[in-house]
Design a protein around this ligand. Structure first.
Ligand SMILES: [Zn+2]
Length: 451
């Protein structure tokens, strides 16, 4: 059912679209008003008959015709009197109408086929060719070579519709209607766009070659996976104006169908467009669902990650809390041991506890000498720094603690204490702040408090 593509549309199109030099092949029998067609190489044989009986078919002309034999061009007709001719568009138009009339009469012998211009002088509202089925159903054919506005086309289309007549528009193959860009793509015009908007296929006629050109567009199926068109899988669908390419087919491939003039290829292109639109709508729907599901999965993964992160933080906080409690107990033990009356030295309980407390941690400037720290520094450190977060103190508080524990304070002890505290500040165990009386006060850092 699909046209064979063994033939080359580009080559066919190059001969399809021409300008000027119409071949005059169809005339009108003066008495019967029937069509006369001059076959190739029949100029001599039919000259007498033509001169006697055949007139020009251009409406309103009626001039007597004769035949012309040519070895270069095909045999053809011309006005017998050399004066008076017709512009190419009106001659193409009359030849196109004659071809359609003759083709319809041959193809549908049970139907009545007539050119309305021959029977009516009213012109405009009459069809170029009207075919009437025995059932009374009518289809009007318009062969349109001259320019036409969109309003004029809509007006005539609606008038046919109001009379119950379906209309088929065959646009001329010359540049007045059929304009192509450098890539042989159609450049539409408002009248052509109006035809497309009505849903009818855009058709062009070349009466000499007895061919019809159909506009075709390449569209692409959409991937439900990516939401993007699959460019490697183009599908031919019925074209919709500018940018469409053209396919040239013999008039004999066409027939009257549900949508007026059609062919297997046109039917295929119409259904391809509908199927592809349906298919793409479905693919886009599936793509939207897949994207929604992916977003939902991402939300779930994120909330699971958030939960793991929260649990991890809670676990780390709990570990830290346990470690702090251990350090508090160790510091309490050392503080109590410092009150022991044992002689100060390596065997003193506080000194023995100090080693596990400092194990792996930095020294606290406790003044070690032969593995024995200075007692006053230990008292000061464990009463004011270790496990003493957020307490503020200065040399007077330290001196008071030392005095309470029986340390004999020598002259200048405040300066010694202040120097030691400054050292702890430099080692990041203490913050130094300015107190209300202008003297320095100290507060343990996190490291000083715990580690
Ligand atoms: Zn004429």
């Amino acid at each position: 059912m699909v046209q064979s593509f063994a033939f080359d549309h580009a080559t066919l199109l190059a001969t399809f679209q021409t300008d000027g030099d119409p071949r005059f092949l169809w005339g009108l029998n003066r008495s019967t008003r029937g069509l006369f067609y001059l076959e190739e190489n029949q100029a001599a044989e039919h000259r007498d008959h033509v001169v006697a009986n055949v007139t020009c078919p251009v409406p309103g002309c009626d001039a007597q015709l004769t035949t012309v034999h040519s070895t270069i061009k095909r045999d053809h007709l011309r006005h017998r009197s050399s004066s008076g001719g017709h512009g190419p568009e009106s001659l193409f138009h009359s030849q196109g109408c004659a071809l359609i009339e003759s083709w319809l009469a041959r193809r549908y012998p049970a139907c009545l086929v007539k050119r309305e211009e021959y029977t009516s002088a009213e012109g405009e509202s009459r069809a170029d060719v009207l075919i009437t089925h025995p059932s009374g159903e009518r289809i009007a054919f318009e062969v349109q070579y001259s320019p036409l506005t969109a309003d004029a086309w809509n007006d005539r289309h609606e008038r046919y519709s109001a009379r119950g007549v379906r209309d088929v528009w065959l646009f001329g193959h010359t540049r007045k209607q059929l304009k192509l860009d450098g890539a042989d793509r159609l450049k539409s015009n408002p009248a052509l766009d109006a035809v497309v908007a009505s849903g009818a296929p855009l058709l062009f006629i070349n009466p000499e070659l007895e061919q019809i050109a159909v506009v075709v567009e390449q569209r692409h199926p959409i991937s439900a996976t990516s939401g993007q068109p699959l460019l490697e899988h183009p599908v031919d669908v019925l074209g919709r104006g500018t940018g469409s390419s053209l396919e040239v087919h013999p008039l004999d491939d066409f027939r009257l169908g549900a949508s007026t003039l059609t062919s297997d290829r046109v039917d295929w292109l119409i259904s391809a467009r509908i199927s592809l639109d349906d298919y793409n709508a479905e693919q886009q729907r599936l793509y939207a669902i897949a994207r929604e599901q992916a977003a939902e999965r991402a939300r779930i993964l994120q909330s699971e990650a958030d939960e793991r992160e929260r649990l991890g933080r809670a676990e780390r906080a709990a570990q830290e809390e346990r470690a702090k409690r251990r350090r508090v107990l160790m510091a309490d033990g050392i503080r109590r041991a410092l009150d022991s009356s044992e002689p100060w030295g390596t065997e003193h309980p506080a000194v023995r506890l100090l080693h596990p407390y400092l194990n792996g941690h930095r020294d606290r400037n406790l003044g070690w000498e032969d593995y024995v720290p200075e007692r006053w520094k230990c008292l000061a450190f464990f009463h004011h720094v270790a496990a003493n977060e957020d307490t503020r103190f200065g040399p007077p508080q330290v001196a008071s603690t030392l005095r309470r524990h029986g340390v004999r304070l020598e002259k200048g002890i405040f300066k010694v204490i202040a120097l030691w505290l400054r050292q702890l500040v430099e080692d990041d165990f203490l913050f130094e702040e300015r107190g209300e009386d202008g003297h320095s006060v100290y507060r343990p850092t996190y490291r000083g408090t715990w580690w």
